[in-house]
Design a protein around this ligand. Structure first.
Ligand code: ADP
Length: 310
């Protein structure tokens, strides 16, 4: 009983690794076992909280970085433009960079707003009959300029007679655009990005495949988590062994981002009764697959006009 008391005092003082000796199978022994199980759970919770804390500080520092870098560029280029003296081509280039950086800022703020809406349960989706092929086409059109500015080929293949899906059109567009933007970001210049939509056993599958840096196997289980950012994986050598990070891949370790895109995509797809998965091989690219239930006419009454809450 005294040793049990000592262990309780140690835990109270902050040493969560303290445990009571378990002596015999009597009541004191059982009490010690229960006490130790409680101590183990507290220790585990503490370490999860510490990890969350670490992720939060990392998040704050990446958000600050993500906000500061484009703002500095915008400020510098605006100053140069105010001083004047550039020719028309230069002026245009500066203005295009400013516009691109503004878009990046808007994207970041939208992601943060989405996150807070999701967390507070205020995000609503309206599930209706949606032509997935149309949405794929719209996303390819929206992202074409960004893809081409990195020298990527962006194309889509939509199976003929693809059934409509039960989804929220705007939300689906956000998910697919965000997958394409990741593909653009994590693929070295001159890559290829392909969207493919097909039917499989009553579901519609939309694949977003790239020829980029791929995802390290140890990161794969976590990439859909909030604030998680993966490291650039080592590209395999011809003989199957891991190479050192090449200058090219090392650059991509610094790709801009705060680790929210896939978390938000995963939440949205889940709310549309779908799933999102990934297959990836380091150095050989990634394929993200969104599966959505095909639209069924009898679902009309149940879903039209109904608001679904994230
Ligand atoms: P962010 O891009 O801001 O880091 P995301 O949530 O969109 O956040 O992605 C989480 C992580 O998943 C990224 O940091 C990256 O490591 C990995 N990832 C996502 N998409 C790809 C892709 N197409 N190719 C390689 N890695 C990817």
């Amino acid at each position: 009983v005294r040793q049990l008391g000592d262990a309780a005092r140690e835990i109270g003082a902050g040493n969560l690794t303290a445990r009571a000796p378990v002596a015999g199978g009597g009541e004191i022994g059982r009490l010690s076992e229960t006490f130790n199980a409680m101590a183990a759970r507290s220790e585990e919770r503490e370490s999860r909280l510490a990890e969350l804390d670490r992720l939060k500080s990392e998040f704050v520092s990446s958000v600050s970085h993500e906000l500061r870098t484009p703002l500095t560029t915008i400020k510098t280029l605006t100053r140069l433009l105010l001083h004047g003296g550039q020719d028309e081509a230069e002026r245009r280039e500066y203005l295009e960079t400013i516009s691109f950086e503004c878009d990046r800022q808007i994207d970041l703020v939208l992601n943060l707003l989405d996150l807070s809406r999701i967390e507070s349960g205020k995000s609503h989706l309206t599930l209706t009959r949606v032509d997935a092929g149309d949405v794929v086409g719209a996303c390819v059109t929206m992202e074409r300029h960004a893809a081409e500015s990195h020298g990527h080929e962006l194309r889509s293949v939509v199976a003929p007679e693809l059934p409509p899906v039960r989804a929220d059109r705007t939300a689906l567009r956000r998910v697919l655009c965000s997958l394409i933007e990741n593909a653009i970001k994590y693929t070295p210049e001159g890559g290829s990005i392909t969207l493919k939509a097909e039917e499989s056993s009553g579901e519609v599958l939309i694949h977003v495949a790239d020829t980029g840096r791929g995802i390290a196997p140890e990161d794969v289980p976590y990439i859909f988590e909030k604030f998680y950012r993966g490291r650039a994986p080592a590209a395999p050598n011809g003989d199957g062994t891991d190479a050192e990070l090449s200058a090219d891949t090392a650059d991509y370790a610094e790709a801009p981002g705060v680790g929210l895109g896939l978390y938000i995509a995963w939440k949205i797809v889940g709310q549309m009764d779908g799933t999102i998965t990934v297959e990836s091989a380091p150095g050989r690219g990634s394929i993200f697959t969104v599966r959505l239930p095909a639209w069924r006419e009898q679902a009309v009454e149940a879903s039209s006009g109904v608001e679904f809450k994230l």
